[in-house]
Ligand binder design. Structure first.
Ligand code: ZN
Length: 109
């Protein structure tokens, strides 16, 4: 699973990031409710979840590099804390991947 696919449309648990997630009815406001089969956590995606634009994501990345607090980043770029948490997780995976690539190419050299 690449970061790109993940950010496009994979539904994963907001708590444990497992992809063993099933639809579990709707909440009163009409939002889709999900149930994680891995940890049993029930959650809905916040309204902002699907509306994070590439520009917004780029802004978050820029703010992250400025070492702003997560709270501050969410306020400035109007993303939710849960989205930011998942975004950070995704970034960590990408970084780990990149480091592995470097190790491999270093061995070859
Ligand atoms: Zn879970």
């Amino acid at each position: 699973m690449t970061g790109v696919e993940w950010s496009m449309n994979t539904t994963c648990c907001a708590r444990c990031q497992s992809v063993s997630v099933v639809k579990n009815g709707h909440v009163k406001s009409g939002k889709q409710r999900f149930l994680c089969r891995a940890c049993g956590y029930q959650f809905t995606f916040e309204a902002s979840w699907h509306r994070i634009s590439p520009e917004q994501e780029a802004l978050v990345d820029r703010l992250l590099s400025e070492r702003l607090s997560h709270r501050g980043i969410c306020r400035v770029s109007s993303v939710s804390r849960s989205w930011l948490r998942l975004h950070l997780k995704k970034l960590q995976k990408l970084v780990v991947h990149r480091v592995e690539d470097e190790v491999v190419s270093a061995k070859k050299a």
